[in-house]
Design a protein around this ligand. Structure first.
Ligand SMILES: NC(=O)CCC(=O)C(=O)O
Length: 297
């Protein structure tokens, strides 16, 4: 699909995620409606917005995505599809634990077009395996399988390159999305931990925008006041192609809106022409995959 409209309104829903999937699906539906009624054309949800951020919750709440219309477990995907169709908006559905036929759970973002069709699906390729003793220890690879594909979500406004949370720490991944596959907007549903968010959230969001001269958005869950619950960092935000913070939430549940003007991407790339000044005779980034075709497999 060719990008024809260069301006649109986007909303990042920084939702407070509860333990119950049914409660979260209902709340997401209400917040999507609120964003659509406020004029958003593209709405984004946070990483793993349907359940608590832990192994047991992922396994108990996982649902299939590809056959969401038929499978009764697919309540989150069906809600996203119905909401996109009802409000005639694009939805980048944060992520949900996706149960695939191989029996494994993937951390997957399902993206729906204005007709409610599943237009793109991305599974997190870099799983969050870190160990900062006493502060943040995770080993997602013990219970999730990584994706193996790049994903573009093409709309009439722009080409969104989709990543999830920890993927942001791998600059080559974002560069491939932008430079090889033509993304002009990087969208990352994310649920950073509080300690690592304090260290790196601001640097990473500005870094990825700046090194690709592209728009960048992080969409986080809210941080619950109950400290026994997963303490997501918050601060869902938009960064423009110059690396400038345009708008952000704080830590509570909220929706942040931004009018996006895609001509700023062209302007920025023309005025500081890093794209054409690369020394391809000296170095290059090698991508081992074909361009994504927006297929959902
Ligand atoms: N859900 C995640 O991938 C968390 C990533 C994170 O907190 C980080 O510091 O990176």
């Amino acid at each position: 699909m060719e990008a024809v409209k260069k301006t649109f309104k986007m909303a990042l829903i920084q939702m407070e995620v509860q333990r119950s999937k049914a409660t979260n699906v209902l709340r997401a539906k209400e917040l999507i409606q609120q964003a659509a009624e406020s004029g958003a054309n593209v709405v984004v949800l946070p990483e793993m917005f349907i359940c608590n951020y832990d192994r047991q919750s992922f396994e108990e709440n996982a649902e299939p995505i590809l056959n969401f219309k038929e499978d009764e477990k697919a309540t989150a995907a069906r809600m996203l599809s119905d909401a996109a169709k009802e409000h005639e908006i694009y939805i980048i559905g944060g992520s949900i634990p996706e149960l695939r036929e191989d029996g494994w759970v993937y951390n997957t973002s399902a993206c729906f077009d204005k007709s409610g069709d599943l237009a793109a699906k991305y599974s997190k390729v870099h799983l969050f395996d870190i160990d900062i003793p006493g502060r943040a220890t995770f080993k997602e690879s013990e219970f999730l399988r990584p994706g193996t594909e790049f994903t573009l979500f093409e709309t009439e406004y722009c080409k969104f390159g989709v990543g999830i949370c920890y993927d942001v720490r791998f600059p080559d991944f974002s560069q491939v999305l932008c430079r090889d596959f033509g993304a002009d907007f990087l969208v990352f549903p994310a649920a950073f931990t509080k300690p690592t968010g304090e260290l790196h959230w601001d640097i990473l969001r500005k870094g990825r925008a700046l090194d690709n001269q592209a728009y960048f958005a992080f969409c986080s869950p809210a941080r619950p006041e109950d400290e026994t619950r997963y303490q997501a960092y918050g601060y869902s935000s938009f960064i423009d192609p110059w690396g400038k913070l345009q708008a952000e939430c704080e830590t509570a549940e909220d929706i942040v809106y931004q009018d996006i003007d895609l001509s700023i991407v062209d302007q920025c790339r023309a005025q500081i022409p890093c794209y054409s000044q690369r020394r391809a005779d000296l170095y290059k980034l090698t991508c081992l995959k074909d361009a994504p075709d927006s297929s959902t497999t």
